[in-house]
Ligand binder design. Structure first.
Ligand SMILES: Nc1ncnc2c1ncn2[C@@H]1O[C@H](COP(=O)(O)OP(=O)(O)OP(=O)(O)O)[C@@H](O)[C@H]1O
Ligand SMILES: [Mg+2]
Length: 533
């Protein structure tokens, strides 16, 4: 009988052929190291690894991008993270939840674990007691140039908050809107005392006492001169005045005219820098408000205040102020604005980590913008994605991080006659050859696409700097508390909102109606009368 030998690779066909020497060498060396693991030295090294694992201090929190279709388990996964962050006690958490259930559940778990003194809870539909903070911050720099720089940055951030309602990313092609929005912001930022946000609208109500008061106390003569000039235009031609100023006024009206903003944008005892330094757990619950634009603007104003506070702390103290900003439904609500992206890029050293949670990459609109977010999120978490566009993007990102040129797709065994035996009159000696066929990059990508499409609820693929791994989130059980989860949480929120940090209700605003514009015939009559004089 002919002897049979088995060879891996060999001169076989297929693209596996030339690679077999290197591969068989690698296989044998890994086998050796596995055997070493059972030796004494291997055991010691394992103990060292375990000790390091147990005594390891948690590193600083990194920014994360979470993508997954509705119902895939994103919020449950984030809840686990929120509880972990609270238990660490080394960073503040600001959660902006447009839907509400995540904020409610987080408050419940935080309180059940003894963090109640750190909780600040703000339901956006509340009108009795609300959290108020100076939305139009007043810097107090002795150097006028420094003050101007600070004002310019505040103006830039605030105008982005207003632009986002109209899904505008820039006002550069809307000259009058930009000019007059900046002018109104400059007027309110140059006041000796912080003014509430609705004062921005007063900048367009020429002749009213509030308008005169703003102009009288404005510290920037150039802005005052600009408003005085446009008063002449209004007297000469009211239509021309409207043409100049009404686009900016209309942009401000939706936000500044809203009760939700009016109540919260007055200077109050709540200070963002102090709250962040005290490692507060701040949750904004937008579940009671229907208007997406309003939620978006309020949340952007909060994000702006947080980023501004961290930036200033870092500039003054040169030490990070650890804050985790969680933006739930960031894509659909349009919370990923350029200033959030800038914070992702620049403020890691200052202590800011941002968790951006979205149902789909398509919610962000511009694909280039999503790519840039991916580029700045060291942790990427992919839950089940039902959209092919998300599967495509996710598979690309995950394959690039894990591509293995030695991954075997399948093997095939064949028998080949050995060298000289071919010429032998006797029976040929046969040798078995195992041919390996390797996975192409596109095949590995397709595998990820399939995995992303078929992940189960609560399963996720996590990519970080150490690699890619599959995880299964173990959802938190509702805390076992007296009276049940719902009653307990409502009682906690009630107690939190009784603190002096919250502002009492505000008297209703006196309504203001713009004077009607004269029609064309009347204006012609007046002009003719003036010309006749
Ligand atoms: N790890 C898990 N294990 C088991 N069930 C889970 C897990 N995570 C979530 N679920 C279930 O799936 C449901 C939906 O989860 P969740 O609200 O977190 O989804 P979501 O991705 O946030 O959806 P949406 O985008 O609509 O907010 C939950 O009500 C819960 O019952
Ligand atoms: Mg959710």
């Amino acid at each position: 009988m002919g002897r049979r030998r088995v060879t891996i690779g060999g001169e076989a066909a297929g693209h596996g052929g030339p690679r077999h020497f290197e591969r068989s060498h690698r296989a044998s060396s890994s086998h050796t190291s596995r055997r070493c693991g059972s030796t004494l030295a291997g055991m010691f090294s394992r103990f060292r690894f375990l000790r390091r694992l147990i005594t390891r201090k948690p590193g600083t929190e990194t920014s994360a991008l979470v993508v997954g279709s509705t119902g895939s388990g994103k919020s449950e996964g984030e809840l686990v993270d929120l509880v972990r962050l609270a238990d660490r006690r080394d960073c503040a958490v600001v959660l902006l939840d447009g839907h509400g259930p995540l904020a409610f559940a987080a408050a419940s778990h935080w309180a059940a674990r003894g963090h109640e003194p750190r909780i600040v809870y703000e339901p956006l539909d509340a009108t009795d007691r609300v959290l108020g903070w100076g939305v139009l911050p007043r810097g107090s720099f002795a150097d006028p140039a420094r003050q101007r720089l600070e004002d310019a940055e505040a103006r830039e951030g605030l105008s982005q908050c207003f632009m986002s309602q109209r899904n505008l990313t820039t006002l550069n092609d809307r000259g009058y809107t930009k000019e007059w929005l900046d002018a109104a912001l400059s007027l309110c930022l140059s006041q000796p005392e912080p003014v509430p946000l609705p004062s921005l609208l007063a900048a367009f109500r020429v002749g009213t006492p509030e308008y005169e008061r703003l102009l009288r106390s404005c510290g920037d003569p150039r802005t005052v001169a600009k408003f005085r000039d446009v008063e002449h235009v209004k007297r000469r031609n009211p239509v021309q005045y409207e043409l100049f100023t009404s686009p900016a006024r209309r942009l401000l009206e939706l936000t500044c005219g809203s009760e939700v903003v009016r109540l919260r944008s007055r200077p109050g005892p709540f200070r963002w820098p102090e709250a962040l330094r005290d490692r507060c757990l701040v949750a904004f619950d937008g579940g009671g408000i229907r208007s997406r634009e309003l939620k978006r603007t309020v949340f952007l104003l909060v994000a702006l205040a947080v980023i501004h506070a961290v930036r200033r702390h870092f500039a003054e103290a040169r030490t990070p102020l650890p804050v985790v900003l969680v933006l739930e439904e960031a894509g659909a609500l349009g919370l990923a604005t350029p200033f959030v992206q800038l914070a992702l890029q620049e403020l890691r050293k200052a202590g800011v980590a941002i968790h951006l949670i979205s149902q789909s990459s398509l919610d962000f609109g511009d694909p280039a913008f999503f790519q840039s977010l991916l580029g700045n999120a060291p942790r990427q978490i992919w839950y089940q994605c039902l959209s092919p566009a998300d599967q495509e993007l996710g598979a690309k990102a995950l394959t690039n991080a894990t591509f293995d040129p030695d991954a075997v797709h399948f093997t095939r065994v064949r028998s080949v006659p050995e060298g000289k035996s071919l010429a032998s009159p006797w029976r040929a000696r046969m040798r078995r050859v195992i041919d390996r066929y390797f996975k192409s990059p596109s095949l590995q990508e397709q595998e990820y696409r399939t995995r992303l499409a078929t992940l189960r609820v609560g399963e996720r693929l996590v990519r970080d700097r150490t690699g890619v791994r599959r995880e299964r989130v173990r959802p938190l059980r509702p805390p076992r508390v007296p009276g049940g989860f719902e009653t307990f949480t409502r009682a906690v929120i009630g107690r939190v909102r009784e603190r002096p940090l919250y502002l009492p209700p505000l008297p209703p605003e006196t309504s203001w109606h713009p004077e009607p514009l004269p029609d064309a015939a009347e204006r012609l009559r007046v002009e003719a009368a003036e010309a006749g004089e």
